[in-house]
Design a protein around this ligand. Structure first.
Ligand SMILES: [Zn+2]
Length: 115
């Protein structure tokens, strides 16, 4: 289940892709989500505004990544603070598309109920 979550697969059949386009932080392209699973026709957005809560997951992910980056650069690499700051900001920007995808997927898996 964790593997299909990271791959962005449908929570129902674990085969269909949730996102039709992966998106890229470097090109400022956000991932594009399909409305329904192409394989089992599972509706991803259960109710309007369902993904509002995914923002909190995304926020938590971004925080965790930034803290991890800070700890690595500060404690292990021991580089000047300005570089640590640039590194943390860089990670936050680069991982935004990834976080967007993962947070929505995690959110869907959290609230997925077998009908
Ligand atoms: Zn499916």
């Amino acid at each position: 289940m964790i593997i299909s979550m990271f791959k962005g697969k449908c929570p129902h059949c674990k085969k269909g892709d949730i996102f039709s386009a992966k998106g890229s932080s470097l090109l400022f392209k956000m991932p594009v989500m399909g409305k329904r699973c192409k394989i089992c026709n599972y509706k991803f957005e259960v109710e309007p505004g369902f993904f509002f809560g995914a923002m909190f997951v995304s926020y938590a992910l971004a925080c965790a990544e930034m803290i991890a980056c800070f700890v690595i650069t500060w404690a292990i690499l021991k580089i000047p603070v300005i570089y640590i700051f640039l590194c943390v900001v860089g990670i936050a920007l680069l991982s935004s598309a990834f976080n967007f995808r993962l947070s929505r997927t995690i959110w869907m898996y959290l609230f997925y109920k077998k009908a």
